[in-house]
Design a protein. Structure first.
Length: 455
C-alpha cells in the first residue's frame, strides 16, 4: 500500500513547519536516505530524508513553498511500481487517485496525480519534462487539463504558457451559480479582515482566490502596511510568548571593569594567530566553569523536573541576529574545550546561522544562553529566558569611563554592564547574585582564570 510522506516534528515544541520546497520530482525513484524536501521548523531549515523506498507521488493540491503545515500533515506518497493511489490527503479533502503502472524500480517517468471528484476515476497525466512540470507548478496550471503539442502528445513549455494565459482571461472567482471559488485560508483571512470576496480577483487556477489575493487587497486599502506573521517570525513570537507565560523572570544587573578582558583580546590579536577569540568567546569559557559551581543556573525544565547538567556537558547557546530573525546556535561541551577551539566552533555556528544552514540538532540542548547587544550601544536590557533553560546573560556595550580607584586616583577604565535574567521558580535572588558576582570577578581578571582552567 502507499507509504505516506508527512511533516515530521523537528523540535520539542514544534507544532507546525514551513514547507520550503521539494528536492525530488514526482515520479522519481526514491531510496532510503534520499532528501525529499526541505522544511523550516524551530528556526532552522532542515533537509527531510526518506525513511522508505518507492516512486514519489505528489498531488496538484499539495504544499507549495511557503505553506505552513501542521506536524503530521501528509504531503505525498511513495508507491510501489505498478501501484495505484486511492487515498485522501487529509480528512475532509477530495479523494485522489492516479496510476503508477509501468514504472521501473530505478528511474520513473515523472507523474503528478491530479484532483478528481471520485475515487473511481483514473487520471492519466500526459508526459512532460521535469522543467515543464516545474513551470506548470509555478504558473498553477494542471497538466491533466493540457493537450500536449509535442511528439507523442508530450506537453511543452509553450503549451503551459498558453494554458496559463487562457486561465488569466477566463472568468475568475465566481461560478455561474454565484458561488465564490476560494481556498479555506483565503476565506479565513477575508473573515478576519472584513473583506467581501466578491470584490477580490483570484490569481489561482480557474480564478480561485488565494490568501495572498486577500492580503494584497487589504494592504492596498489601508493606510499602513499589513505583514502576515508566518514562518520563522511566527516561531520566534510563539517561543517568546511561551517563555513569558511559563517563567517568573527576574533581571539583575552589575557593572564590571572589563579593561583586562579587552587587553587580553588585544594580546591575542597581536600574536597574528587565527581565529582571534571574540569577547563572547572568552566570557563563555569563563562562564562554563562558573556554571559548574552554580548548577542551578545551568538547569533545564524537563516536564515537572529540574535537571542539572553533568560538568562535562555545559552547552552554551549564542543568540545571533540574522536577516530571518533571532537564532540561537549551541556550542557544546564548552567547559572541556580550549579557548581557541571554542573560538573556531563559535565562528562556525554563527556563520551557519547567518547563512540559514543550521540543523535542528545544532540549536538544541543548551543549558544557558548568552545574548549580546553591546555592538548596538546598549548598556543594560532585560533578556528573555530561552525555554527550557532557567537563565540567560546579556552583554552590554564596553565603554571608556572615569573610575575612582581604591587609593583615590581617577583612571579611565573599560566598563561593561551584565544583565542576568533568571527564572525565580528555579533560582532565588541570593544564589543568582552570588553567581553574577563570581562572573564579574572572573571577567575582571580573565587571564589568571583561564590559566587556572588550562586554556
Amino acid at each position: 500500500m502507499p507509504f505516506e510522506i508527512s511533516i515530521p516534528r523537528l523540535g520539542w515544541s514544534m507544532e507546525e513547519g514551513t514547507f520550503a520546497g521539494w528536492r525530488k520530482e514526482a515520479g522519481d525513484a526514491i531510496r532510503r536516505g534520499d532528501i525529499l524536501f526541505e522544511l523550516e521548523g524551530e528556526k532552522a531549515l532542515q533537509e527531510i530524508e526518506a525513511v522508505d523506498e518507492g516512486v514519489l507521488a505528489m498531488t496538484v493540491s499539495g504544499p507549495k513553498p511557503g505553506d505552513v503545515l501542521k506536524v503530521g500533515a501528509i504531503v505525498g506518497y511513495l508507491l510501489a511500481p505498478g501501484e495505484t493511489l486511492a487515498n485522501p490527503l487529509q480528512p475532509g479533502s477530495s479523494q485522489l487517485t492516479g496510476p503508477a503502472a509501468n514504472i521501473p524500480a530505478t528511474k520513473a517517468e515523472p507523474i503528478r496525480i491530479a484532483d478528481v471528484a471520485s475515487v473511481d476515476t483514473q487520471v492519466v497525466v500526459p508526459a512532460a519534462a521535469p522543467s515543464v512540470r516545474r513551470l506548470a507548478r509555478q504558473l498553477d496550471v494542471a497538466l491533466a487539463s493540457i493537450t500536449g503539442t509535442g511528439s507523442n502528445g508530450r506537453i511543452t513549455e509553450e503549451d503551459v504558457h498558453q494554458a496559463a494565459a487562457s486561465l488569466r482571461t477566463s472568468s475568475p472567482s465566481e461560478q455561474s451559480d454565484g458561488r465564490i471559488i476560494a481556498t479555506p485560508r483565503a476565506r479565513r483571512a477575508a473573515k478576519q479582515m472584513g473583506v467581501d470576496l466578491t470584490n477580490v480577483n483570484g490569481s489561482g487556477r480557474a480564478g480561485r482566490i488565494r490568501e495572498r489575493d486577500v492580503l494584497v487587497l487589504t494592504s492596498a486599502s489601508t493606510a499602513g502596511r499589513r505583514i502576515a506573521v508566518t514562518g520563522r517570525r511566527k516561531i520566534i513570537a510563539e517561543r517568546l510568548s511561551q517563555s513569558a507565560r511559563q517563567t517568573v523572570p527576574v533581571t539583575i544587573t552589575s557593572r564590571v571593569d572589563a579593561s583586562n578582558l579587552v587587553s587580553l583580546r588585544e594580546q591575542f590579536k597581536a600574536t597574528g594567530q587565527k581565529p582571534v577569540p571574540a569577547i563572547h568567546d572568552i566570557i563563555a569559557k569563563l562562564l562554563a566553569d562558573i556554571l559548574i559551581q552554580f548548577p542551578l543556573l545551568a538547569s533545564r525544565w524537563e516536564g515537572s523536573d529540574i535537571v542539572q547538567p553533568n560538568p562535562d556537558q555545559i552547552h552554551i547557546g549564542l543568540a545571533v541576529d540574522t536577516p530571518e530573525g533571532l537564532i540561537v546556535p549551541v556550542i557544546r561541551n564548552v567547559s572541556s574545550q580550549s579557548l581557541m577551539s571554542l573560538a573556531v566552533e563559535s565562528a562556525r555556528v554563527i556563520q551557519k546561522a547567518r547563512d540559514g544552514k543550521l540543523s535542528t540538532s545544532e540549536m538544541q540542548g543548551a543549558v544557558f544562553t548568552i545574548t549580546n547587544l553591546g555592538a548596538f550601544g546598549i548598556d543594560a536590557f532585560t533578556p528573555v529566558i530561552n525555554l527550557p533553560e532557567a537563565a540567560i546573560l546579556g552583554l552590554g556595550a564596553i565603554r571608556r569611563e572615569p573610575v575612582v580607584t581604591e587609593d583615590g586616583r581617577i583612571e579611565v577604565r573599560q566598563i561593561m554592564t551584565l544583565s542576568l535574567t533568571f527564572d525565580h521558580r528555579v533560582i532565588d535572588g541570593a544564589p543568582a547574585s552570588r553567581f553574577l558576582q563570581t562572573l564579574v570577578n572572573a571577567i575582571a581578571n580573565p587571564a589568571a582564570r583561564l590559566i587556572f582552567l588550562g586554556s
